[in-house]
Design a protein around this ligand. Structure first.
Ligand SMILES: [Zn+2]
Length: 58
């Protein structure tokens, strides 16, 4: 059995949006790279690259 680790970050496969999990806020925040926020496209229906088997509500 592989160890299940909840995702700490996620990347949209369509627009490149990059979020990281903020433990204190219990929410996703937009990641920054080289001083620029990687918020991708506001019109994108984000397709996150995290595992489909992970259910944060479980
Ligand atoms: Zn997207």
């Amino acid at each position: 059995m592989a160890e299940i680790v909840p995702p700490r970050e996620r990347v949209c496969e369509r627009c490149g949006r990059h979020d990281v999990w903020d433990e204190g806020k219990s929410s996703w925040i937009i990641a920054s790279a080289e001083g620029e926020k990687e918020f991708g496209s506001p019109y994108c229906l984000h397709e996150w690259d995290i595992s489909g088997t992970y259910n944060p509500l479980a």
